[in-house]
Structures are given as structure tokens and as C-alpha cells.
Ligand binder design. Structure first.
Ligand SMILES: C[S@@+](CC[C@H](N)C(=O)[O-])C[C@H]1O[C@@H](n2cnc3c(N)ncnc32)[C@H](O)[C@@H]1O
Length: 277
């Protein structure tokens, strides 16, 4: 059976050939570090409908386009469909508790002179994480907040999610403290708009975690949560080594409770998902 026939015959669902699947997996892995090799069913079912809606006749046409399109626009759609952008406020509060109880006292003690902190949310998706970190810091510093420059860098590969982050309008979860709802948001219909003060503390930029890390300053704290799950081991190892070099001595790396660092890392574990240089 030719690839063409095969692509059209299964209950009207577009089929992806081995060759096209392999081209796509290699492209996404080489450019974005994301490992899709086990996601064939998901790609076929979730992406097939999008491809048809966008007027492509086959996966082959779509993959040709994806590989030729340097803008990365189509990769956004792919990531959206595979639900790799999933995030929410108050995610893993035990890590935020450690952040407030241990990391902030340690790091601020080193910066009493310049009163400047350097924090990076390295796969910030639609902004919940860096906004949440900012709220914890505003609470921690209280009346001294304005004396500190704790502006955060927040980056993601996807421009779609960065747009959402910049709009800053959210459906809040039930466990968002009432006090924070009132202080850090204004109601907007059935949703909530992040306050200007919180927003001003976060600088959003597009950044591919496969690229060399060349930001102006080294970081005191890096949040890199729920993105390495999409990467294979060598990609993960290379990334956390680059992050190690991009961190000040004594700086912290915060990953997700469902993740682990590869073995033989230079990072020293503090608690479940938190590491120190
Ligand atoms: C599941 S979200 C994690 C959001 C947040 N850190 C959290 O834990 O809730 C993963 C994010 O990683 C981003 N991402 C995937 N590959 C990336 C890459 N190579 N460079 C930068 N961001 C990437 C996706 O666009 C997505 O927004």
C-alpha cells in the first residue's frame, strides 16, 4: 500500500507514515529538545484534526511545512495540542514553602548591600509560575518590598503562552488565598486580571532552552519545573549543566516534585525538588 492511500484510509483520520513521524521527531528533538518518539498516537489523534482544518492534505505536507518554517509558529500549535503548556497557580506549594522559609532568607542575606535578586522562571508557560513567585516575595518582604529589585526573567519557547502571560487574565484555583485574590488581582468577568504591580515585576522573553544561556547576570534562583519531562537524558544533563554555569555560587535550582536530576550532577540536593550550587 502506498503512503498516500494509507494516509486516507483509517476512519477518515489522517495517518502519519513512519518516515514522516521520524522526520518530525528528529526535527523537534534537534531544535527544541522535546522527545516525541513515544507520542505517535497522541500526535495522530490531536494533530490530525488541526492539520485538516488548516488545509493540509496529509501529514507529509504538514511535516514539510513544519521543517521549512523557520519562524517556529507551527511548533506552538504542536506544543499546545500535546498539552505541554499545562500550568496553574499554587503548583507544588511545598516548594514555595521551602522558597519562603529557606531560600529567600539565605539569598537575601547575601544581597543586603545591593538589594537585588536575580531569579529566572525558565519555562514559564502562561505566567502563573513567575507571577506566583512574585506574590510569595511581596508577602515575604512586606513593607520592605519596594526597597528591593527582585524583577524576574520569565521565558518560554512558545510565543502563544507568552502572550497569555502578558495579558495576565486567569481563572483562579480554589486554593488561591483570598487575601492574594484581593491584593494581587482585580476581577474581570468570571476571571481575574493580575495587578500591575505583580506584572511589572516580571520580564517575559522568548527563549529556547536548547540555546546557550547568555543573560546579563548570573542567577540566584532558577525555577525549571515541568519542562525537562519532555527532554531525553542527554538534553536534560546538558541543560542543567548550562544552568549550573549560569547560577551564582550558593544559588538554587527548583524543579518539579515529579522530576529528578540525572545522576552525577554537580547540583547538591537540599530537599525533594530543590538543589543548590
Ligand atoms: C508544562 S509547562 C511548565 C510551566 C511551569 N513551569 C509549571 O511548572 O507549571 C512546560 C513549558 O515548557 C515550554 N518548553 C518546552 N520546550 C521548551 C524549550 N526547548 N525551550 C523553552 N521552553 C520550552 C513549553 O512551551 C511549556 O510552556
Amino acid at each position: 500500500m502506498s503512503t498516500e492511500n494509507h494516509e486516507h484510509n483509517h476512519m477518515n483520520e489522517l495517518q502519519i507514515s513512519d518516515a514522516d513521524f521520524n522526520r518530525m521527531v528528529k526535527f523537534v528533538h534537534d531544535n527544541y529538545g522535546i522527545d516525541l518518539h513515544a507520542k505517535r498516537q497522541l500526535i495522530q489523534s490531536r494533530l490530525g484534526t488541526v492539520i485538516k482544518r488548516k488545509g493540509y492534505q496529509s501529514f507529509r505536507e504538514y511535516v514539510d511545512f513544519l521543517l521549512a518554517d523557520g519562524s517556529g509558529d507551527d511548533i506552538n500549535e504542536l506544543l499546545n495540542k500535546l498539552k505541554t503548556n499545562y500550568t496553574y497557580f499554587q503548583r507544588e506549594t511545598e516548594s514555595f514553602d521551602y522558597f519562603v522559609d529557606t531560600i529567600l532568607p539565605d539569598v537575601t542575606a547575601k544581597h543586603t548591600g545591593d538589594k537585588t535578586l536575580s531569579i529566572w522562571s525558565a519555562a514559564c508557560s502562561s505566567g502563573e509560575e513567575p507571577y506566583n513567585v512574585t506574590m510569595y516575595m511581596m508577602d515575604y518582604f512586606g513593607p520592605h518590598w519596594k526597597e528591593w529589585d527582585a524583577r524576574m526573567l520569565a521565558t518560554d519557547l512558545s510565543v502563544d503562552v507568552l502572550g497569555k502571560a502578558q495579558r495576565g487574565v486567569y481563572q483562579l484555583p480554589d486554593n488561591m488565598p483570598e487575601k492574594w485574590k484581593r491584593s494581587y488581582f482585580t476581577p474581570s468577568g468570571d476571571r481575574h486580571q493580575i495587578s500591575q504591580e505583580v506584572k511589572n515585576n516580571v520580564i517575559f522573553r522568548q527563549f529556547n532552552l536548547m540555546d546557550p544561556i547568555r543573560f546579563k547576570r548570573k542567577f540566584d534562583i532558577i525555577f525549571c519545573r515541568n519542562v525537562m519531562i519532555y527532554f531525553d537524558q542527554p538534553t536534560k544533563t546538558a541543560l542543567i549543566n548550562r544552568m549550573y554555569d549560569a547560577t551564582v555560587p550558593g544559588g538554587y535550582l527548583i524543579i518539579s516534585l515529579s522530576e529528578n536530576l540525572p545522576p552525577n550532577t554537580k547540583w547538591k540536593r537540599c530537599t525533594s525538588a530543590i538543589f543548590k550550587k
